[in-house]
Design a protein around this ligand. Structure first.
Ligand SMILES: Cc1cc2nc3c(=O)[nH]c(=O)nc-3n(C[C@H](O)[C@H](O)[C@H](O)COP(=O)(O)OP(=O)(O)OC[C@H]3O[C@@H](n4cnc5c(N)ncnc54)[C@H](O)[C@@H]3O)c2cc1C
Length: 290
């Protein structure tokens, strides 16, 4: 195993302090849990000379409901999300995604902000946040900006964040708690593995699909919403035939690649299979937002 090159470590206690460090040192890099960053440094893909550790900043570690939103601090760990009463009761689809993310050790260190900012197409928290239509609060020295999560990702490893900005909070509209949500993941093993395909589905349906939102990860350069499939199904009767016809469209919406985890053909087929499975599970209320 390669050694990590020496760097200067900063442990700010406030967001302002962290941002002023990023402003002062152009070569500084934010670190939260380090579960994505440290392996990249070991591989020689990054050699930051200064690291600003945001994981001890209290203002970035919380889950609370206020002003019609469930708000999550960006440095909240996956374990804290898994154990959050508010999230379990109101946006269970995010909790489902975190349940099988990595291993207990990874969940104890890894953060939701790190998962998003690392911008892997396979980031497991992205599809739930896409269907929940979450907004991101970003802070820099010139102030704050809010953007929908769908506009955050630019490509593998790339986001709209500027070098001296910090992802501060994730805001989920509270009203989505009325919809049924399901997250499913296909990996090479049951746990401790990155997704070959993952999907989040949120729906409201009785005899017809009143509303349906579908997102997928690991099947395009960025996590995506399957908008054409959603439009086809919205307003349609809930029948096996319609679900089958609708989910066939998913295969045209994904743009997967072949890599060590799976071929593009396999990912395309599995996208349909997993979206269909998630819809059926949500309809049966097998996993439901309260
Ligand atoms: C063995 C193993 C298994 C894994 N399994 C999974 C899995 O199943 N599913 C999955 O999705 N991921 C998985 N991962 C990836 C990783 O654990 C997650 O992406 C994790 O959430 C990253 O969070 P972190 O706090 O460790 O990020 P870090 O490594 O600290 O940071 C990641 C990147 O985000 C930036 N960053 C972090 N926080 C902020 C912020 N608030 N503002 C601005 N920039 C920020 C950092 O500068 C860095 O570029 C796995 C990793 C390992 C090592």
């Amino acid at each position: 195993m390669k050694l990590i090159p020496p760097f200067t470590y900063y442990k700010p206690e406030t967001i302002e302090e962290a941002i002023s460090l990023l402003d002062e040192f152009k070569e500084a890099k934010v670190i939260a849990g380090g579960t994505d960053l440290i392996p990249l440094i070991r591989d020689g893909k990054y050699t930051p000379q200064k690291m600003v550790d945001i994981s001890f900043i209290d203002e970035l570690n919380f889950v609370r409901e206020e002003g019609g939103y469930i708000k999550i601090g960006a440095a909240t760990t996956h374990s804290d999300i898994l154990n959050s009463k508010i999230l379990n009761e109101k946006t269970n689809v995010l909790v489902q995604a975190v349940k099988n993310l990595g291993s207990p050790q990874i969940r104890n260190l890894g953060t939701i902000g790190g998962n998003l900012c690392n911008a892997s197409p396979a980031a497991d928290t992205a599809p739930p946040l896409l269907v929940l239509e979450a907004e991101l609060l970003i802070q820099g020295s010139k102030g704050e900006r809010r953007i929908p999560v769908k506009d955050f990702f630019l490509g593998p490893g790339k986001t709209i964040l500027k070098r001296n900005e910090i992802l501060r909070e994730i805001h989920i509209p509270s009203e989505v708690g009325k919809m049924k949500g399901v997250f499913l993941k296909l990996g090479r093993r049951e746990a401790h593995t990155l997704s070959i395909v993952c999907t989040a589905v949120l729906l409201k349906a009785d005899t017809e699909f009143e509303d349906i939102r579908i997102a997928l990860g690991a099947v395009a350069p960025i996590p995506i919403r399957a908008k054409e499939t959603e439009s086809y199904l919205r307003g349609k009767e809930v029948t096996e035939k319609k679900i089958d016809e609708g989910t066939e469209i998913v295969k045209k919406e994904v743009k997967p690649i072949t890599d060590v985890r799976g071929t593009k053909e396999y990912r395309t087929e599995m996208s349909k299979v997993f979206v269909k499975r998630a819809i059926n599970k949500a309809l049966k209320g097998e996993v439901e937002c309260k």
